[in-house]
Design a protein around this ligand. Structure first.
Ligand code: UDP
Length: 195
């Protein structure tokens, strides 16, 4: 099958190139899509967080973000070639943005970090179209207000780095407001690129 289920979470058995092709098709489609990067910790959390599990099961694309997920798929008899991490997806989407002009918004991490990550990304992939950034420290009651701020930047791709399950719940709760073609939760990836 195209997907293997690990403790109820569907994982897409795709290479990085296939994953990027799917994401580019989502962008071309013009409607919102959710991409989840699932690691062992997220799959464990989903076992006792029905709302998170529902988001995982409804997501258009779920990538194997940790080596533990790759192993579990192999043991289930549906091997996955390789890990497809949030960090690597983010890097590749910024590369593609430089080529195709995709509008990317960085939301998450501590104040200053998303901005620094954007600066580093623009050096790494000249022409990368990061249209805005915002830190990720606000209460869930402010989700709609933040979403309206982000929507003004009309991103094609919304990168949310606020940790599991906050980032997934934010993306789901606000996709009708922000209307990015792809919302993707990437955990600590902005910290990685800001360093
Ligand atoms: N974070 C955030 N808002 C919060 C809590 C955390 O933006 O309210 C950020 C934090 O600064 C870090 C990321 O979310 O950049 C969490 O990274 P982690 O690797 O812990 O993510 P996970 O493993 O949960 O995906």
């Amino acid at each position: 099958p195209d997907r293997v289920h690990i403790l109820g979470v569907p994982i897409d058995r795709l290479s990085m190139d296939q994953t990027l092709a799917r994401i580019e098709a989502f962008i071309a489609s013009g409607t919102p899509h959710i991409v989840v990067t699932a690691d062992a910790a997220g799959i464990a959390q989903a076992q006792h967080d029905p709302a998170l599990m529902e988001i995982y099961r409804a997501a258009e694309l779920v990538t194997p973000d940790s080596i533990g997920v790759v192993w579990a798929a192999r043991r289930a008899g549906h091997p996955i070639e390789t890990r497809v991490s949030g960090v690597d997806i983010l890097d590749n989407l910024c590369r593609l943005s430089a080529e195709r002009g995709y509008r990317i918004f960085f939301l998450g991490a501590e104040p200053g970090v998303a901005d620094l990550a954007a600066e580093k990304m623009r050096l790494r992939h000249p022409g990368c179209n990061i249209v805005g950034t915002r830190h990720g420290y606000f209460p869930a009651e402010s989700d709609e207000v933040v979403a309206h701020e982000v929507a003004l930047f009309t991103p094609d791709i919304l990168i949310v780095a606020m940790g599991i399950p906050r980032q997934e719940k934010f993306i789901r709760a606000t996709e009708h407001i922000i209307q990015a073609k792809v919302g993707i939760g990437v955990g600590g990836s902005l910290d990685v690129f800001s360093g």
